[in-house]
Design a protein around this ligand. Structure first.
Ligand SMILES: [Zn+2]
Length: 188
């Protein structure tokens, strides 16, 4: 399994490309133009539905029509709502226009794709629909935990207490060989 980070033009958010024998997968979606031609994106896992992590979705699905979007149930609505995903308050509004979405429910879930295992851990606080994904030795934390940066918890749907609890949980998961892949900044 190979993990490659793309830094997007909008707010320097990260998209991660995970390539393995089962195909190519994304964590979040920004500048689709930066995705190489030889990729075959099967699914995209959204860490949370703020526009800087989802704004490429329409272009992505146009280019890979079979691609499935995974999002936590508490973040589903925001894909289709420019106020909830906060794009309305920025330069260009974003609303997802496809329906190929699978909602992930609850606190913890495992998804298996031909033996490729994706563990979903609900980490609310920054956003009620925020999750981390653990795949092999990689932990994708979105904006729930960015090393060295205080988790943003003053947005309309944020919750400070939950954000702190989630940060503690993520730090516990970030042990040994685990590579932390945050929503902004470098992998470490
Ligand atoms: Zn965010």
């Amino acid at each position: 399994m190979r993990v490659h980070r793309i830094e997007n033009s909008l707010f320097n958010s990260n998209t991660y490309i995970i390539s393995c024998k089962q195909g190519d997968f994304l964590i979040d979606c920004g500048d689709v133009c930066k995705l190489e031609d030889n990729l075959n994106i099967k699914a995209v896992f959204i860490t949370h539905p703020h526009f800087d992590h989802i704004y490429g979705l329409n272009e992505l699905v146009k280019r890979f029509p079979d691609c499935v979007v995974y999002v936590h149930e508490n973040g589903y609505e925001a894909l289709y709502d420019e106020r909830l995903n906060l794009s309305k308050y920025n330069e260009s509004s974003f609303m997802f226009c496809y329906r190929n979405v699978v909602q992930v429910c609850g606190e913890k879930a495992d998804m298996i794709f031909d033996g490729f295992k994706v563990e979903v851990i609900h980490t609310p606080g920054h956003h009620p629909g925020a999750v981390c994904y653990r795949i092999g030795d990689y932990l994708f934390s979105g904006d729930s935990y960015i090393p060295g940066i205080k988790t943003v918890a003053n947005l309309p749907l944020s919750d400070k207490k939950e954000a702190m609890d989630s940060e503690i949980l993520i730090k516990k998961l970030w042990t040994g060989n685990v590579v932390l892949c945050p929503g902004h900044g470098r992998m470490e």
